[in-house]
Design a protein around this ligand. Structure first.
Ligand SMILES: NC(=O)c1ccc[n+]([C@@H]2O[C@H](COP(=O)([O-])OP(=O)(O)OC[C@H]3O[C@@H](n4cnc5c(N)ncnc54)[C@H](O)[C@@H]3O)[C@@H](O)[C@H]2O)c1
Length: 263
């Protein structure tokens, strides 16, 4: 059990990557606080954890609201006596071309992805520092390292990577590690509405991936487990890209370059 006797807060754990991470961490012995805005979904995750022999509880939290985050952390401490791991996974994504994005929508993306991570880190860090140990895993995105559109979301995710690096540098000597993960396209309910309109989307997207497929939530959960566990005891400030090779290079461009005869 890699996370025995540890307490993990996982935001957005009512669905997708957050739920898979909550179940994986619970299977490794962690007590889980499922922090989500969706009560029914959050309670379903807790039920799944318990049916698999784990321990967890749901704490309704809108991670964009400071007052709710400031209650979520003390509730965790009351229930389980500490907070060892924080996974910032909840998000908001809408809008594409900045010329069609108004300030309100821009701000919602920044609040949903970046300010939420800031608020949760700010609330959990003092407890990690006083324990002399803690691990933060922030879920960013390949959108944070490549221009793929959805500018507000992408800029927020780039901000998440920077926030992570700065926490790692500032609080390393206090025993806190902070790392981010950039998933590529992952099959989660986030895609439900898009796939209903365009059922072939994942097949088309798969062509861009060297592994010729999109990812599964459990594959991000496995990366989060590594970063949260003592297996990563010397890993901090890193941005772990888990994208089936998407950002490693462009095969077609490579083929064209060689075709040009650059000998
Ligand atoms: N699915 C992908 O292809 C993909 C790719 C790259 C990055 N990501 C990132 O992975 C993370 C999880 O994505 P997913 O696909 O599992 O999403 P999802 O839609 O399946 O789940 C998101 C969960 O977050 C909760 N949530 C939303 N706003 C919240 C708030 N303000 N407070 C608390 N909870 C809130 C939702 O209720 C939901 O349970 C996100 O950070 C996302 O940006 C996903």
């Amino acid at each position: 059990m890699q996370l025995a006797n540890q307490t993990a807060i996982i935001t957005g754990a009512g669905s997708g990557i957050g739920r898979a991470t909550a179940r994986r961490f619970a299977a490794e012995g962690a007590r889980i606080v499922v922090a989500d805005i969706n009560d029914a979904a959050g309670m379903e995750t807790v039920a799944a954890i318990e049916s698999e022999g784990g321990t967890g509880r749901f704490v309704h939290t809108d991670v964009t609201v400071a007052a709710e985050v400031e209650v979520m952390v003390p509730q965790t401490l009351d229930a389980y006596g500490g907070v060892d791991i924080l996974v910032n996974n909840a998000y908001f994504c809408a809008g594409d071309d900045i010329l069609a994005v108004d300030e309100e929508l821009w701000n919602r993306n920044i609040r949903g992805c970046l300010s939420s991570a800031f608020l949760c880190c700010k609330a959990a860090l003092p407890h990690m520092i006083s324990q002399g140990k803690g691990a933060i895993v922030n879920i960013a995105s390949v959108n944070g390292v490549l221009g793929l559109g959805e500018e507000a979301y992408s800029a927020a995710k780039a901000g998440v990577i920077s926030l992570t690096q700065n926490i790692a540098v500032r609080y390393g000597e206090a025993g806190v590690r902070a790392n981010s993960i950039c998933p590529g396209s992952i099959q989660t309910p986030a895609w439900k509405a898009v796939l209903e309109k365009d059922p072939d989307l994942f097949n088309r997207l798969s062509k861009w991936y060297p592994l010729k497929r999109v990812g599964k939530p459990e594959e991000i959960a496995a990366a989060a487990l590594f970063l949260a566990s003592d297996q990563a005891s010397f890993v901090t400030g890193t941005n772990l890209i888990v994208d089936g090779g998407l950002t490693a290079g462009l095969k077609r461009m490579g083929e064209e370059l060689v075709g040009e005869g650059t000998e």
